[in-house]
Write a protein that binds this ligand. Sequence first.
Ligand code: NDP
Length: 481
Amino acid sequence: MAPSKTRYEFGGPLGAAAIMVGLPLLFNVLYLTCNDKTGCPAPILLTPRELTWEKLKSQIPLPQDGIRGFASWEVTGWLLTYYMFSMILFVALPAQTVTGTKLRESGRCLPYKFNSAFSSTLVQLVIAAVGTYIQGSKFVVWMFITDNYLQLLTASLILSFGISIWVYARSFGVKPGNRDLRELAVNGHTGNVIYDFFIGRELNPRVTLPVFGEIDVKTWLEMRPALTSWILLNLAFVAKQHRNYGRISNSILLTTAMQTYYALEGQYFEEGLLRMMDVTTDGLGFMLTFGNITLVPFLYSTQCRYLAVYPVDLSTPAVAAIGAVYALGLYIFRAANDQKLRFRMQPDHPSVRGLPYLQTKRGTKLLTGGWWGMSRHMNYLGDWIQAIPFSISTGLAGYLILPASLAGASPEAMVMADGRVVVQGAAKGWGMIFTYAYVFWFGILLIHREGRDTAACAEKYGDDWEKYKKIVRWKIIPGIY
Ligand code: NDP
């Protein structure tokens, strides 16, 4: 069995509890306070001195039937149907078997069934394209997503908790030396229920279902519902913008295109997941389950949700600049990740053969040149740079929604199909709290992730890691951090 650790991360059990209570609440707050009823943010938030619950309540899209309206059996049923469909595609589409990295306890490797995540998304996009061709922006799936966003969020939260409880309970079936190669995550079984539930006890939970066969729960969740539903949510908001204004702005098209490419590329190179910390080190608990199936689709699609109500028309130079930043980030991200992969898998390849490295006592080599000589995580820097354009497309975000009678009140006013008027007014800039939350959060995630990886490497490599840190001084940004 992996040794039980008490080196807590995320502020230990208290921090984990705060995250598990706080994040679901925050996601609801983000939706309610940046809304398509009164504004982004809701106007009363701009004058905090006048803020009362009654006023706020009247400006946020609370369900008609109170707290019960946050959830819906029907919407939850459709979300589960969507997961089931994704599972059917997982079984039906051709895929190949790939061998995972060596497991810590047994030294053996698990097989994984890849790469049908990409083709599975393509099938879903083709269905959506046919539906959109027939029904236009009123395609039933797009309408369903935007009309039931809050209930979908609740269903996704319930599912995140449900899966986390299930994998936590099942993890107690992991026995040393079992034939199924089940293992506990090194940092996931401290004995503290709250912490272990959050961080994930079992490293590689798998389930064998009738008809569907064996499914590796973690990689399945990470690659399929998480990334595909992000794309679908974005497209639903593109359709909503079209219903609102009868046109599609270049900003929402650009954001959707960049994010879709990011998600599809991840799915196309699905195998790369096997070398990520998520698969090699972290157990499956609330952190990864919520992060994958709720945080990714619902936070990452915020920009398109915003642009559906406030279309931004970017100038051609702005489109070119945003595209260039994205391409730069993408290039660094991919080049750094590919270099490490090639160095490890094909050390004689001409592109990596001459690069300097540190031979460790553990047997593996650490690159000290190329991208990995500039900083210890240039791949994180590239990933963050490519995330900036997602938010920048929303500009100095913020809008107010005024009654139809005020149409023409301001030259910048935009009139929606239902007659309501959208202006930036006093909200200008304040909407950035919502539309830039992603890039801010992602920066924190990557800094925190770098710390976690460094701690793991210090443990794996001991003195060699200290030597490596002296050669490669910078953590993420050369010369700065
Ligand atoms: P990395 O791909 O950076 O892998 C870190 C591991 O690589 C270390 O544990 C070590 O493992 C090995 N390593 C470290 N330094 C070197 C070196 N100099 N030479 C050779 N090997 C080295 O980490 P992640 O798994 O965190 O990230 C993978 C990608 O996923 C990143 O590009 C990240 O940006 C992205 N990502 C995206 C997220 C999103 O939400 N969009 C979320 C999280 C990650 P060992 O030596 O044992 O092989």
